[in-house]
Design a binder for this molecule. Sequence first.
Ligand code: NAP
Length: 456
Amino acid sequence: MPTQLGKERPLRVAIVGSGPSGFYAAEPLLSSSVNVQVDMFDRLPAPYGLVRYGVAPDHPKIKNVIKIYEKIAAHPNFSFMGNVCVGDDISVHELRKYYDAIVIATGAETDRKLGINGENLLNCYTATEFVAWYNGHPDFQNRHFDLNHEVAVIVGQGNVAMDVARILSKTVDELKETDITRHALEILSQSRIKEVHMFGRRGPAQAAFTPVEIREFAELADCDPVIDLQELQLNEASQAELADPANAPKKKNYEILQELAKIGDRGKKRKFFLHFYRSPLEILGAGKVERVNFEKNRLVGDPGKQKSIGTGVREEFKCGIFFRSVGYRGIPLKGLPFHDQAGVIPNIGGRVSDAEHIFMGLYAVGWIKRGPTGIIGTNKPDSEETIKNLLEDVDKLLPCQIPDTNVLLEYLREKEIKVISFTDWKKIDAAELERGKKYGKPREKYITVEGMLTAL
Ligand code: NAP
């Protein structure tokens, strides 16, 4: 008789990744009628993924979801296994010896390229690495951002681009009481940037940012928004898009853009320029960024499906720093299929699959399942869909050979891997909160893995 998982012994599930999608996968597992043990792995000692290392430091309310994750982590059948890199310290194949099912929640760890000449020049950065750097991600602390220039260009008009533009446009006083790292604050305090220019390839009706984010630019302490009213004129298809009630946030964006365009020059030290209908063709400079060649675009297509196409009209734009911000991108995990074009693990409703078959016992959630779209809350229904399918599969899963986390812990100890439990993390967390008090900040993060381990 095969082992009845969840009845004779707990169903053993490993979740790889401790960001929002990982926690939203743990929640329905732990509240299901099946007896289940959930072990959540993260390559860093600190949990929460992009909530800790992606959400902007000046948007602390968004981080309140951590309270929900802490409640999930307090469940007696939940363990955090931080500082363990699945794919490196232990392969997915090895992990299967200890778990009946594995849920991949690794998100999108890199970013999309523009694929134009000059992307490798000095001072050409990615928004994602800048965000990870100022948020204290240990992998990005060796990055050097040269803010000793007056003009910065950002390509892309999503919320990540907005975060980067805001951090570059704010004063130190506006940031010093956030959990931005002290090192980043020090570099930003020496910034010579006077102009931040954000370029979108399509128009104001298609911009990917959300109303809350764009509205903030009316209220920055020492920065004026600048928008050319001419560029706010809409073609018929864009007007139809905004008339569609399903596009209410885009309509709100458009109204806010019109208000921002009327603000005019209030004599602030910095200016934030929004440009539309332009695509970068190449980034130029002798060794480092000096200018960008843009092509002016026009929109073609039906409402909701408009694409930008070049008009042949070119413009050269002088700048000293360039950020691309055209979306995150997932990376493959050894031993699992990968859809290279989409940057996701191919799956059907979260069940990992390739063209021929479903990989029974392997699941995906979040950005590595659906691509890098949506806000934190979008991950809840996404993870629930996967876990519903996992729970439907329970009777078909092949029971693992070693259903014992302690044996796995012993194996990792032999490999000299210091596994961080949730109790350990809470000690690091307390130490960070304490360090923050000294500087009047909510927390001062440890920016190296060694720093976190030493704090223990
Ligand atoms: P995003 O929302 O997908 O925006 C990507 C931007 O890049 C779009 O403006 C897109 O324009 C543009 N783009 C793509 N390819 C391009 C190209 N080849 N040339 C020029 N422009 C190009 O991505 P994101 O900003 O990285 O954000 C990822 C997700 O996280 C989003 O769902 C976002 O809302 C979310 N997020 C939310 C918050 C928040 O709630 N505060 C903060 C940060 C991130 P097209 O529209 O023309 O494709």
